[in-house]
Design a binder for this molecule. Structure first.
Ligand SMILES: [Zn+2]
Length: 78
């Protein structure tokens, strides 16, 4: 079951909750019992998607930006 991230509008607590995708947009109840928590876009999903799409071109295009540490010497990526 997918896990979604919610933020309570009353106490600003951010928490995650597992629920069916069909109910992902429904308001959730925060750990303090407030029923005002709204779903926020998951950091995990956003990061995962960005990593997945940027993962392939990164080694070729990102050689300069990323190469400071591990690829500074005679690495073939330059
Ligand atoms: Zn709350």
């Amino acid at each position: 079951m997918p896990r979604y991230e919610y933020r309570c509008h009353t106490c600003d607590t951010v928490f995650t909750e597992q629920r069916p995708m069909s109910r992902s947009s429904e308001s959730a109840t925060c750990p303090d019992g407030h029923e005002e928590a709204r779903r926020v876009l998951s950091v995990f999903a956003t990061a995962g998607r960005a990593t997945a799409s940027a993962g392939n071109p990164a080694p070729a295009a990102g050689g300069g930006g990323w190469g400071g540490g591990g690829c500074g010497g005679g690495c073939a990526c330059h």
